[in-house]
Write a protein that binds this ligand. Sequence first.
Ligand code: GDP
Ligand code: MG
Length: 165
Amino acid sequence: MTEYVKVALMGSGYAGKSTLIKLLTDRVEKLECNYQPTPGMNCGTITIDANTKVSLIEMGGQTHFEFLWPDFMRGSTMVVVVTESNPKAVLKTRQLLEKYKDQLSGMKVIAVANKQDIPGSMRPESVQDLLGVPTYGMIAVDPKQRLNGYKLIVNGLREMVQVAA
Ligand SMILES: Nc1nc2c(ncn2[C@@H]2O[C@H](COP(=O)(O)OP(=O)(O)O)[C@@H](O)[C@H]2O)c(=O)[nH]1
Ligand SMILES: [Mg+2]
């Protein structure tokens, strides 16, 4: 029987969450998830192995959707915080992590320092210093980054669930 692992994507609007889901989502089994797409959320599925699929749930980044976040976070195995890689965006992301630290405590949290293609971007290590969670560089608009993004999710989950991949 297929087990679904829920991974929630959070972060400010425009960080690249939808783009990351598009990059990672199965082409064959699009939008196979238990959630109805509603304003404020987006969803995609990744197949990890014969028994395991990951539901990627994007939490709408605009402030007026933020009230939904605690519900989305509940039951997630991992939360991926997506941020643009400029100082202003990273500081805003740090504030979000601080604001939701109670909901996030005890959860696996990683960050994606997205838009590394933009000249002058902060390096993932610098972003990690500010955010205090393991941070990985990403260019979500680049299809060549698909495997990289996939590995990031699978490795993040490895210690949380048994995966054969
Ligand atoms: N240059 C660049 N643009 C990106 C990247 N990822 C996303 N974008 C763009 O940033 C904008 C916001 O992305 P979106 O995925 O809608 O952000 P969301 O609000 O977090 O879901 C879109 O115009 C994307 O094409 C990236 O890695 N590099
Ligand atoms: Mg979006």
